[in-house]
Design a protein around this ligand. Structure first.
Ligand SMILES: [Zn+2]
Length: 437
């Protein structure tokens, strides 16, 4: 597949995935279409060689895997990891605010969001709703209002002459979105407003009593190919739905000779410590279930490799001094190996050499990122998974501008390049062990 149809599918996937719940639901649909079978964790499993399966947790994390034809003790597992969550604004449990006759919702900031870009956007709401089915039984379903239902208006510059120099954002007071005018102050419960909105939809949640919810604001603007020469893609949640989708497409291309796995976890943006996060037991308990003998599992893990795919910072032409002069990744110049001496990234000399060779075979250009030595470094699921499992790991990702903004930007060639590199990895027949000379 060439980069143009790939990008169209990628942008459609991200546009239809405003929350991690939707991201996982849409990955499941693609897996179902490709013949993968869902394995409920609470059931007994019967697995076959060559079988294609997936598990989910919390509806927001998913692991898909292929039981390869080659004995897994010989091949190890080819793993790719990514995350389904992105920084955003989450509706509070008791969010109702009425200020100056306007109905607003109190929000929490999820993850390390850049807040300024959230102002003056057409915002919608999506997430998970838990309802009483009318007979006392709880059921959950996803909603996506899709239309613009709220805005966080900026304060006019005339009322804050120093806005361009010193405006700060107070997340408690400055960002509750405005939904509508409620001059009589008669809305006491947001659930009523939500119920009303759902009653006009065809969803099976319509008409049911809303018991609880996890709802998020998102920008209604659809992802797009941009730039004078169509060189860029621009969208919310490129970090890291780009890697989830790219990993999935590579998994589907990878065939069934090797044992392969795609791990997409929620909660990376808030530290990964949760039942379904990378710093929880989801992956480990799956591996223990697939390979119950501890000694065998250790042998398999020692022959495996985890490619942790998460976006990297492209060198911004207006702020180039924020990068090390020799390690500033350029958009559309290939995926980026991320390296950090203090193990904020898990790449080491061996794993980077393996990946360099894979990219060479796939004819994919590769760049390297190291943070400025006088700046602190971000991190991702790579080091977490390496520490949990003891699996050799590398961190890689496509170069991105405006990471954690409501709208991020990447090169229109890079996701496709990463896809080709990951496909090479998933189908690679050689050993993932580098021997002493
Ligand atoms: Zn990320």
């Amino acid at each position: 597949m060439s980069s143009e149809p790939f990008n169209q599918q990628l942008l459609k996937y991200i546009g239809n995935s405003p929350t991690p719940f939707h991201a996982v639901r849409n990955l499941r649909e693609l897996l179902d279409d490709a013949g993968f079978q869902s394995l409920p964790e609470e059931d007994v499993w019967e697995l076959e060689k060559g079988g294609r399966y997936y598990i989910t947790r919390n509806g927001s994390s998913i692991i898909a895997f292929v039981m390869g034809q080659i004995p897994v003790e010989e091949s190890g597992i080819r793993m790719v990891g990514a995350h389904t969550d992105s920084p955003c604004l989450k509706v509070k449990p008791k969010p109702e605010l009425n200020r100056q006759g306007y109905f607003q919702l109190g929000v929490e900031v999820y993850g390390g969001a850049l807040l300024n870009p959230w102002f003056d956007r057409d915002l919608s709401i999506a997430g998970r709703v838990i309802v009483d089915n009318g007979e006392g039984k709880l059921c959950q379903g996803l909603i996506d209002l899709q239309r613009p239902v709220a805005v966080i208006p900026s304060l006019a510059i005339h009322l804050d002459r120093d806005a361009n120099n010193e405006r700060k954002v107070n997340p408690q007071t400055d960002i509750p979105p405005v939904l509508f005018k409620d001059a009589k102050k008669d809305i006491k419960d947001f659930r009523e407003v939500l119920s009303e909105a759902l009653s006009h939809t065809s969803t099976s949640l319509a008409g049911k009593k809303i018991v609880d919810y996890e709802l998020y604001f998102y920008d209604c603007q659809q992802p797009a190919i941009t730039g004078w020469r169509d060189e860029f893609i621009s969208s919310a949640r490129l970090d890291n739905l780009l890697s989830c989708f790219t990993g999935l497409k590579a998994l589907l291309e990878g065939g069934d000779r090797q044992t392969t796995m795609l791990i997409c976890n929620d909660h990376e943006e808030v530290g990964s410590v949760s039942a379904c996060g990378a710093n929880g037991p989801m992956l480990q308990s799956l591996l223990e279930r697939l390979y119950p003998q501890p000694e065998r599992l250790t042998r398999i893990i020692r022959r495996s490799l985890m490619v942790s795919a998460d976006n990297a910072h492209g060198v911004h032409p207006n702020y180039a001094d924020r990068h090390d002069g020799n390690h500033g990744p350029i958009l559309n110049a290939g995926p980026v190996l991320k390296i950090n001496a203090n193990q904020r990234y898990a790449t080491n000399g061996v794993t980077s050499a393996i990946f360099r060779q894979l990219c060479e075979k796939a004819d994919v250009p590769l760049q390297v990122f190291v943070n400025r030595t006088d700046l602190g470094c971000g991190s991702t699921i790579g080091p977490i998974t390496a520490a949990m499992l003891g699996v050799q790991t590398l961190d890689v990702g496509v170069p991105t501008f405006a990471m954690h903004s409501i709208r991020e930007m990447a090169g229109s060639e890079d996701a496709h390049n990463l896809y080709r590199a990951l496909t090479e990895f998933y189908s690679y027949e050689g050993s993932l062990l580098v021997e002493d000379i």
